[in-house]
Structures are given as C-alpha cells and as structure tokens.
Design a protein around this ligand. Structure first.
Ligand code: AMP
Length: 585
C-alpha cells in the first residue's frame, strides 16, 4: 500500500473537503444511513425498534440521548466478552481509555478500524490545508508522543489510550510517511514503558536530527511545554551523551538502549554547538528555533484547557508559528483546523460531515424553549432538543452529540462549542469548555475559561518578578459555610507573602460573573482561597494518571477538581506550602 501511496495529494484532498462541506446536509444523511446499515444488527439498535429505518427523523424518535454512564454496561460486556454484536454490527476489537480528566479515572470507549479510518481522514484534511500555507519538505517531525500501558480486557480485547491504539496502527505510520510527518524517534522510544525515559530519548533524537526537523508536535500542547521544561533540566546531560556517543545510564530499558545506540555516535561538534546555543539564550527564549533551525511550525491541540500553556510555548518558539491541531476525542473526531494561519486563541474547527452524525443541544435557548413548551401546556419535556449539523446558528453555544462509526449513538460528549461561522455549509466550531467543569457554589457559574482568565490576570503580578504560574487547578470547597473557591498554583520560584496576598485578592475580583460577585458581596460565597503548591505537584498528578493507564499524550491538567476525584484532591491538598484568603470583598 505504501508503495502506491507516495506523497499525499493536497489539492485533491482540499477539493474533496470542499465538495462534502458544500453538501453537508445530504452527506450527514448518507453518513447516518451508512452507520445504521452497518450496525443495524447490533443488539443496542435492535432493541430500539428502528426496524431497518435509517432516516434522521426515525433515528431521533427511536434512539435516546445517552451519556457514557448509560452505555457503560454495554461497553463492559464488550470488554468482558465473548465477542458479540452489542453496539456495532462487526464486533469491537479494541478498547480505548479516554483521559478521564473530568471523572478522575479513564473511561472505556470502543475503538475499531472504521474509527481509525475517520481519524486518518481528519489528519489528512488538516494536513492538506496546513501544507498549503506552510509547506514542509521531506524531513522529520520531533513528536512528543507516548504510549499508555497496554492491557487485555477479560474478553481478550487490547485496551490502551486512543492515541496508543493509533500510534500502533500500521496504517497510521504509512499515512504519516505520506504526509512527510515521520517521527524522528524509533518505535522503541515511543512505546518505552517509562515516560521519563521516552521523553529524554525524544529530545536526544530531535537533537541528532536537528537539521532535518521540520516541525515539533504532540497531541496536546501540554506535552511540548513539558518536554522543553525538562530540556532546561537535562540539556547538559544530553550534550554529554552526544559528545561521547554513549547514552546516559538513566535509560535502563534494553530495547530503548539498543535502538538509540543505532543513532548515537560521538559528535563533539554537535555537542559544542548545542552547548553554545543554550548558553547564549536568555531565559530559554527562542529555544526551539535555535535547536531546530529548519522548523516551520509547532503543532498540537492548543485550545481549551491547553490555552494556558500558549504563553510559555510562544516563549520557547519565538517567531515560529503555533498551529492548533484538530478537535476530537477518544469517542471520535469532529472537526479539522482548516485555517492554520489563525492563532490558537481564535482557532475554529470545521466539522467533517462524513466522519460521524452530529447533533447539537442549544445551551442558551434550550431553557427558554422548555419554559415556552410548558406555557403551551401541550408538550412538557425536560429532554433537551438537539438540532442538526446544518441547523446551528452563528454566535450560539451548543453541547456536542456524536453518533460514531464505533457504536456510540446520540452520545453526549460533554463539550461546549460555539458556532463562529460556516465553511460552505458545515459549521466552524470554537471549543469553549467541558460542560461539567464548572466552578459553582450557588447561583454563580464560572467555566474553565473564566478560571483561566482570572489566573492570567493575577499571574501578571508575579510576572513583574520574572516568575510564572507553571500550572493551576481549582476546587469548590463546600465544607466551609458558606462554600468558597480554592485555586491551586504551582509557581516557578519564591514570591513574597505580600504579592501572593495581592494575587489572591486579584483572583477573587477577576471572577466577574454576576452570580459570583453578588454572592461574594453578601458573603453567600466565602473568600476565595489561593493555595501555593510545592514544586513538582502537577508532575505527581500526571504520574497518578499514568498509573491509572492514561498516557502523557492525552493528559490534560484537571482544571476543576470535583469532590469525587479523591486522589487528585488529596495530592493537591497534601502538597500545599502556603495558603491565602481573599480580603477583596
Ligand atoms: P480524551 O478524553 O482524552 O479522548 O480527550 C477528549 C477531550 O479533549 C474532548 O472531549 C475535549 O474536551 C478535549 N479536546 C479535544 N480536542 C480539543 C481541541 N482541539 N480543543 C480543545 N479541547 C479539545
């Protein structure tokens, strides 16, 4: 297949995308038909009485909206075997573990060849648009990608994160070659059992192939920032390895050592060059282009919970453009970034109408309509009313509902998106937040984005002292009366109590939601608390997720830790070095 494939035909891909997005309504109808024809024999659909019908109207009237919790018993049965058509016509062969940022533990979701194909389709599409603006020559990519632990379910299915399922897929590699996006690290490094060793070797491979590296990427931007923060710690050790041509003893896995030995030869000139470059940098500004002179862009998901890392990423990148990767989830992909020149803060994702069937629950209107329904007294319904892909309105926010090629039907993904415009007749979505990641004590509502903005504002006070917030999280403490917000910060150095107290007050004042401000004024919400964490606390949280079977590639710092996420809450609370209470109100 590879022999026939050669380089991806960018123009052809763009033409195909234009054609399907011009006819999004029909393409959606056809996609639903195909999904239902292929899976109509599955137990789940059989029980819903579709009786062979594949039109959207019958589908919506027979099939309920569901959450992961509703489908868990079915997915559990699939995982435990024996193999049977439970959610899909063809039995599921792999299970993906979602990052589980919200619940605190990874969820099982089905994965199959069809999902892999849609993943590749979205990658090809965004590559085509990206390559038109930022052409890359045949070179290499420094990719900070990692595998999760692979395990077998009771029924013998292999279980790992969706990204691991993808990186292991032979077709994925073929396609990456066709997209001139081959990872500069060998498989033994990507699949190394220890993430720290894997990261060190990724950096080393990047340096060895520094002239060939065309772009730097990871699935989520967090991994790129994490990688270069680590580089700051280990760069001299990396230089020593290159100088001597011998890998540091901290890399212990024989398979990794022997794979790396093939690349590593004594190269004092390269070691000197890197040493000189690093020593000449001011606070690591422009580190990436200094190390990799031919890099064209930095690529990874940079929206949503990744936005707080952009500042640091820009610091490392200098003038190298940051391009956000696509929008999707372990449950399935949704939209491609087809305007790669737009900065990540404004990135939108054009939905591919042939990779799934999509519906959208209007968030603002829904409540009003339900009241209207009640007033009409003809139909009282608490069931939200989703609209179709081409019926969404510009400027409105929606919760995304997915019907996938891997056995999820009318599945509430839990993401909130805003329609910013249309690409032909398919919507361009801006990612807003996870629906259940919300700070709320009573009538107040603050999203992940509100939290991020408050943190950005308060962080300006420590930026004056050349310090930064490395990472942050939050929690609503309802044990106190009244309840109050707790913000956790890990910062890059020592700051005086006076400044941190100001930061705490600034955070409290920066939540401008009317419900919050009015509740604070009458003390229906208690003073905000800022807790400063010991260095390395967020690394402990990352390690905790890895221990649960997660992978660094899909890691997202939990920005709001709910009361049921005991372990993460405990890690945060056990590592508090100092705490401040707001006097802003
Ligand atoms: P996972 O649970 O690891 O499969 O991650 C999927 C979730 O990551 C999605 O439901 C979103 O909340 C988030 N996500 C994925 N892509 C993006 C994106 N481009 N921008 C913002 N958030 C994203």
């Amino acid at each position: 297949m590879l022999e026939n494939m050669e380089i991806v035909d960018v123009d052809k891909l763009i033409k195909e995308f234009e054609a399907i997005t011009k006819d999004a309504k029909n393409v959606q109808r056809e996609t639903l038909k195909k999904i239902l024809e292929e899976n109509g024999g599955a137990e789940y659909l059989q029980n819903l009485g579709l009786a062979g019908r594949t039109d959207p109207e019958s589908f919506k009237s027979c099939v309920p909206l569901v959450t992961h919790q509703d489908l868990e018993p079915y997915i559990q049965r699939i995982a435990e075997g024996p193999s049977a058509p439970i959610l899909t016509g063809k039995p599921i062969t792999n299970i993906s573990l979602s990052s589980g940022t919200t619940q605190g533990k990874p969820k099982f979701v089905p994965f199959n060849d069809e999902l892999m194909e849609t993943t590749l389709q979205i990658f090809r599409t965004s590559y085509a648009f990206r390559n038109r603006e930022f052409p890359i020559k045949n070179g290499k990519a420094l990719q900070f990608i990692y595998s999760s632990k692979q395990s077998k379910t009771k029924g013998g299915l292999s279980a790992g994160t969706a990204t691991t399922n993808m990186f292991r897929n032979s077709q994925y590699k073929t396609e990456m070659k066709a997209m001139q996006s081959q990872c500069c690290s060998p498989d033994e490094v990507i699949f190394a059992p220890d993430f720290h060793q894997s990261l060190y070797c990724h950096l080393l491979c990047g340096l060895i192939f520094r002239e060939e590296v065309q772009f730097v990427s990871s699935t989520f931007a967090h991994s790129i920032v994490h990688a270069f923060r680590t580089f700051e710690q280990v760069w001299e050790e990396l230089c020593a390895d290159i100088r001597e041509g011998v890998l540091t003893r901290r890399i212990t896995f024989p398979s990794v050592r022997s794979a790396m030995a093939k690349w590593l030869n004594p190269n004092p000139e390269l070691a000197d060059l890197i040493h000189r470059k690093c020593s000449g940098l001011s606070n690591w500004y422009r580190l990436i282009p200094e190390l990799f002179p031919n890099v064209k862009y930095i690529y990874g998901i940079m929206t949503g919970s990744m936005e707080p890392y952009l500042k640091k990423l820009r610091h490392y990148a200098g003038d190298v453009p940051l391009l956000s990767a696509d929008y999707g989830s372990s449950e399935g992909w949704i939209g491609a970034n087809v305007n790669p020149k737009v900065p990540p803060e404004s990135t939108t994702y054009a939905v591919l109408p042939n990779i799934g069937y999509f519906e959208f629950i209007p968030l603002r209107e829904n409540a009003e309509e339900q009241v209207q329904d009640k007033l009409d007294a003809s139909f009282i319904s608490m069931e939200p009313k989703p609209v179709g892909l081409t019926e969404v309105k510009v400027g409105e926010e929606y919760e995304v509902i997915v019907t996938s090629v891997a056995g999820l039907y009318r599945y509430r993904l839990g993401d909130v998106v805003k329609v910013m415009g249309f690409h032909n007749s398919t919507p361009e979505l801006k990612f807003i937040c996870r629906r259940n990641l919300l700070l709320t004590v009573n009538i107040d509502k603050n999203t992940e984005k509100d939290l991020q903005q408050a943190v950005e504002e308060a962080a300006k006070l420590i930026a004056k002292e050349k310090l930064e917030v490395i990472d942050f999280s939050s929690h609503v403490d309802l044990w106190t009366d009244p309840g109050h917000y707790v913000i956790f910060w890990e910062i890059s150095g020592e700051v005086s109590d006076q400044v941190l107290k100001e930061c705490c007050n600034c955070l409290d004042r920066s939540f401008v939601d009317a419900g919050y401000v009015s509740s604070r004024k009458v003390n229906a919400i208690g003073p905000l608390e800022l807790r400063i964490l010991r260095r390395g606390t967020f690394q402990k949280i990352l390690d905790h997720y890895l221990g649960l079977g997660g992978a660094v590639s899909q890691f997202k710092t939990p920005r709001c830790v709910g009361p049921t996420n005991h372990k993460v809450l405990q890690i945060l609370c056990d590592n508090v070095a100092k705490s401040y209470s707001s006097t802003a109100f």
